[in-house]
Design a protein around this ligand. Structure first.
Ligand code: ADP
Ligand code: ZN
Ligand code: ZN
Length: 740
């Protein structure tokens, strides 16, 4: 008798491994990897997914499977990847398996007859009727049957849907029945795939490639199956054209391609270029599609109807057969890391998938992250550089303005004299500007308005976060805390203030500076409804002249040639994030912003305001030379044992009361400390930088381990040993990108 390994899909249980069930003879023909089954578990029925079929088991008394309730929905390779995700990211197995299931999948079975069926999905496929002439149709309508004639004429060029006929000719149902009865036409029913309707953008195919583009294509062509190539190229250097060419080649060889783009840049622009090149061969998968559209795209991919899949993070799990190429555009983007269980990184999982399926993985970015750069140094990723914009185009002039100097000179406004002058000039010339207010994470910190000093932790190279309760300063890596100084420890100025301004304040100051200026505000508040993001951008696009004020979401996917000024209101919010990656994030953000300015004929200006003009990230951007910055970054991270030279895990514990969260976090820390080998550090528990979200108190424990450590193994054991407490959630995050 065969034995099925089943990932039980019981949301409340969060089981980390599969359970063995016997396959009864009457189900033997139907059971294979990927089917959904109904089983008995803890005296109830539950739905599970078969992840393996085996012949032997260590489990002595096994129950039989009760029913098979779906066709296979993933293969053994996907099952293996799911198991790896669950293990490496310390997540429930069913959560990992679910990544591979069609969108809208429900893990609930309902009785049907004397058996079972899956509860219906919230969205259902839709069908349509297709009308076609019969091949040997020699039917001649009566001379006065004008409507029959009209239908037959409409079909002369090929099959047409009944809906299209109705749209063109009015109601035709009785005409169709008569023609069908007389054998002139056939009417068949087929699945209609709802079209997400991304318009195509003209994407001319450039016959002459730049030297960098040719090198990149060659490198991809030569790459071994399962290997990885990095395209390190500035914005506008032609990376997308390289992806398109590489996909053409893969398709010509009869294989398929998957392209991941960050969610935020899934603007019609990006998708449109792929649609223009590959037409209906492109399937699009992202969270802004309706549930029905998403299901249809998924099924089209499963049916092999799309040779190219373009989508956000989750598209990685689409059922693409014969996968030959995976592209991850803007590989440094943090949206590739999922923020709920399983907290996987798409770049990491893409490498496993590429290796298993024999595909080549291509990463592209103007600002590759240090993890990827380090792999280039180690020789596990091949790097190709595209150093120049294809169409030439002058890189923008980058001005760094010292806000401390402004303050000392008596300017109390949030705009430096330089930025104010540029804004007024833009208004006078009738041009457009973008003002970026960077408020990632919202953690607040203290900053001296005279010298720009920000109190930091000597041990962790991270800013101290200001907690209103107390008030006090705290380090969110190691928990070190101190009181709030009355004056600046560096320069003794009394102007030590809490830092962080909202978009509304910027808008108000702008209106005072240039009365009558058209301003579009784009932040979480003004874009929360569906399509809000596109709406604000369209509003700005429609303006003759004006300013777009927004949080960092405006920095991405922004491509307006008529923008001649980009102002960064304060670079310091990112510099002082309570996170060891804050320097790198600052560099990436500013470099991306700078890449957006001056894409049109008129050269652009970028004005960056900061209290820390000599920060290496700012110097790297203004001198167009990231080399030295990354050298310093490497040295520091190596010294402190941070990624990519060491590994981290962050265990976030949340509860209704701070005491409950702290107590459980303390238990986690204790278990971890008990089994951590030498060389590991268990830091905390400490309150998270955002100590309370939506009424829940948040504490965390940070684990620092050597690069080759079995971090996942230790966390599985430690968390397995901690008794769960009702109402208290424990969420491990392996290789976290965000410690807030
Ligand atoms: P990236 O993805 O690196 O930002 P793109 O592929 O979008 O760069 O290219 C930038 C612009 O240059 C696009 O308008 C594109 O059509 C154009 N382009 C790309 N490759 C070539 C080429 N070989 N010759 C001429 N124009 C090109
Ligand atoms: Zn000071
Ligand atoms: Zn510290």
């Amino acid at each position: 008798m065969r034995i099925a390994r089943v990932a039980l899909d019981i949301p409340a249980r969060g089981l980390s491994s599969a359970f063995d069930y016997d396959v009864p003879p009457h189900l033997d023909a139907e059971v294979e990897v990927g089917v959904a089954v109904v089983v008995e578990f803890a005296r109830r029925t539950a739905v599970g997914h078969v992840v393996a079929c085996v012949d032997t088991s260590d489990v002595p008394s096994r129950k039989p499977l009760l029913a098979v309730v779906s066709p296979p929905r993933f293969d053994a390779v996907s099952a293996g990847i799911a198991a790896r995700i669950a293990h490496e990211y310390v997540a429930p197995l069913a959560d990992a398996v679910r990544l591979f299931l069609p969108p809208g999948t429900v893990p609930r079975a309902v009785p049907r007859g004397d058996g079972w069926t899956l509860a219906p999905v919230p969205v259902a496929p839709v069908e349509e009727r297709v009308v076609a002439l019969t091949p040997q149709g020699d039917y001649v309508p009566a001379p006065n049957a004008t409507r029959q004639r009209a239908v037959l004429d409409a079909l002369a060029l090929g099959p047409v849907t009944a809906a299209e006929l109705t749209a063109a000719l009015g109601s035709v149902s009785s005409v169709l029945s008569r023609l069908e009865a007389s054998g002139a036409i056939t009417v068949t029913t087929r699945r209609r795939f709802r079209d997400p309707g991304a318009p195509t953008r003209p994407a001319p195919r450039h016959d002459v490639l730049s030297a960098g583009q040719r090198d990149a294509l060659d490198a991809i062509e030569r790459a071994e199956p399962g290997s990885c190539v990095l395209l390190d190229g500035v914005t506008g250097s032609g990376k997308t054209e390289v992806y398109l060419r590489a996909i053409e080649r893969v398709c010509a060889a009869g294989r398929r391609a998957l392209v991941l783009v960050p969610e935020i840049s899934l603007t019609p622009q990006t998708v449109g270029r792929f649609r223009a090149r590959f037409g209906d061969d492109v399937a699009v998968v992202h969270s802004r599609l309706s549930a029905g559209e998403r299901l249809d795209q998924w099924d089209r991919i499963a049916a092999g109807q799309a040779r190219v899949v373009v989508g956000a993070r989750s598209a990685l799990f689409a059922p693409v057969a014969d996968l030959g190429l995976i592209v991850i555009d803007e590989e440094h983007e943090t949206s590739y890391k999922q923020s709920s269980a399983p907290r996987y990184h798409a770049r990491e999982v893409a490498r496993w998938i590429a290796a298993e399926r024999g595909a080549v993985l291509v990463l592209g970015s103007a600002t590759p992250c240090l993890e990827t750069r380090e792999e280039v140094v180690r020789g596990t990723i091949t790097r190709v550089e595209l150093p120049e914009r294809v169409g030439g185009g002058t890189p923008p002039a980058i001005e760094v303005v010292d806000l401390g100097r402004e303050f000392i000179d008596g300017n109390r406004s949030m705009f430096s004299r330089r930025l104010a002058a540029e804004l007024i000039a833009v208004a006078e010339r009738g041009e457009k500007a973008v003002l970026l207010l960077n408020r990632r994470g919202f953690a607040s910190f203290l900053l001296c308005r005279e010298c720009g000093h920000v109190p930091g932790c000597a041990r962790c190279s991270s800013s101290l976060t200001l907690h209103e309760a107390g008030p006090r300063l705290m380090c969110h890596h190691c928990g070190a805390r101190s009181g709030v100084p009355a004056e600046c420890p560096e320069c003794s100025s009394p102007y030590l203030r809490k830092f962080g301004a909202g978009t509304q304040r910027v808008v108000n100051e702008l209106e005072t500076l240039v009365p009558g200026l058209r301003v579009v505000r784009m932040d979480a508040d003004t874009t929360s409804m569906k399509g809000g993001h596109e709406l604000r951008l369209a509003e700005f696009e429609a303006l003759e002249s004006g300013v777009l004020v927004g949080t960092q979401m405006v920095a991405k996917g922004l491509d307006y040639p008529e923008v001649t000024l980009v102002g960064v209101v304060s670079a310091d919010t990112t510099i002082h994030l309570p996170d060891f990656r804050s320097g790198e994030r600052t560099y990436q953000m500013l470099e991306q912003v700078a890449g957006r300015a001056g894409r049109g004929e008129r050269p652009g200006v970028v004005v960056i305001q900061t209290y820390w003009p000599e920060h290496p990230a700012l110097v790297a951007v203004s001198t167009h030379d990231p080399g030295r910055f990354y050298e310093a970054e490497r040295t520091e991270r190596r010294a402190l044992g941070f990624p990519p030279y060491g590994r981290l895990a962050n265990v976030l514990v949340t509860a209704e009361t701070t005491e409950a969260a702290r107590a459980q976090a303390a238990r986690v820390a204790e278990e971890l400390a008990a089994l951590a080998p030498g060389g590991w550090e268990i830091l905390g528990p400490v309150p998270a930088p955002l100590a309370r979200i939506k009424g829940r108190h948040r504490w965390h424990v940070l684990v620092k381990a050597p690069r080759d450590a079995d971090l996942a193994g230790a966390l599985h054991r430690a968390l397995g040993a901690v008794r769960s407490v009702a109402g208290v959630s424990v969420a491990p995050d392996i290789d976290p990108l965000d410690l807030v």
